[in-house]
Design a protein around this ligand. Sequence first.
Ligand code: NA7
Length: 537
Amino acid sequence: MAQTDIPQYDAIIIGGGVSGLYSLYRLRERGMTARVFEAGDAIGGTWYWNRYPGARLDSESWSYQYSFSKELIDGWNWTEHFAGQPEIERYLNYVCDELKLRDGIELGTRVKSCIYDEASKLWTITTEAGRRARGRYVIAATGFLSAHQFPEYPGVEDFEGLSLHTARWPKEGVDLKGKRVGIIGTGPTAVQIIQTIVYEVEHLTVFQRTPNWCTALRNKPMDEATRAGFKRDAPQIFEQCNETLAAFIHKADPRDGVDVPKAERWKLYEELHARGGFALWFANYHDVFTSQEIADDVGEFLAMKIRERVKDPVMAEKLIPKDHTFGTKRPPGETNYYEAYNNGNIDLVEVKKTPIERITPRGVRTSERDYELDILIYATGFRSLTGELLRIDIRGRDGLSLAGKWADGPRTNLGVQFAGFPNLFAILGPHNPATFCNLPRCIENNVDWVMHCIDFLKANGQTSIETTVDAENAWTQVCNESAKGLLIGEMKDSWFYGNNNQGGERGHFLLYAGGVPAYRRIFREVETQGYPGFVRS
Ligand code: NA7
């Protein structure tokens, strides 16, 4: 293709999920040209790819929707308090149609490289099929748990049965009836799938490395009166979300749990456990994030519940975490997860005691024995935070590669920009509270910040913005220190630290843990002060 035939847009958006759709809408609203490049064959991002049985929100549906349009809110009727994947996918398609976004999206188009040209000050993306497009701005709306990973066991390619990753579940579904199924992983995804499929399969073998502290979801259908109430109260609901640590509706109890008598504390835990969702985590005493005593107390409460619910006491003990404190890893939301282990057709293999040695043509071999399987499910998660960005060959000024720049862990300013990469904005990059958040709340916040930034450039007759190295170093330091004093700062074995990342960022804190209100404040300050720490031209 001749250079002049390469289509050019004001902005290129990589990814057609919750962030990409909103970015496209906001850019078009400004009269800018923009194009979304989406790898999937349909829009939806996370909610397109993760279509495994039982995939469901653990944010309340009515708090997990776009807030910017009353028409969109009024026109959609959530059927459950915690919507399942099909409903969320339908919702995103509804948004796409209502906002007339489809003609701005190229589906089935994975971006392979994204290269900055100093002379023209334009970015050129090249797709896997070899097509190119140019843009002044690039919005990387690639998600933070998108680059799925298979474990590094020998023989992963050898299995002769059906091998599936939860993040690539076939659209047409999988017939699990009468099958011997194995699942590796017991994170939030695995919990959802195990509690759903155990009643369908002939036998389920769960390979558990780390049990998790699960919280009760308490999903239920939504009746018309409740729905109408949420529509009416939507502005207050979103306002409340923006004032809480992670933008959920749950407000922390301002009392120090350590000053409250134990019996009274357990009364609160019972209430929060009955309320469901992340209430036990985020509506608990505010010192549940800092006090070992309180977090352990919540753990003791949950352990009691597990022992009550799992009939076999040996199985119950296997399901109770012993190596990490409540809240230091992201708690899965469960619906009869523990009862699944009473079903008589399920085994739990503790792979720390009997490690997986290899995947064989017929199943899984541990240090103890072989497990023969028809289907092997990998619920082993993602290369968190950095994975999807680094899957693209991103090169900024002077050919600087993002992978090279981040070889010793990511460095960002505000989680949005990287020095050497002008006009490139990440919506859910590392060092961003959006990754510790009820996502659409933070996505709207971040995209709006990028839009204000573009408006500011335009108002000043400028077309380029790039963080300084000093500001980037300072923010990276802020993020590293943001976990200090918090219990999550002491538990490095989670995706917050890239524990399973098959890349160089293992052990680096990949989030900003200062909370959504603080982050919003910082964003506003940077805006009102005219973008200190950024060079504009
Ligand atoms: P997670 O939370 O990263 O969980 C992955 C699970 O897979 C977790 O139990 C891991 O154990 C396990 N895992 C990963 N690699 C291995 C190997 N090699 N062997 C055995 N077990 C392994 O991903 P999810 O998809 O469940 O959830 C991701 C997010 O989606 C979640 O936080 C929500 O935001 C929604 P580990 O705990 O590392 O010992």
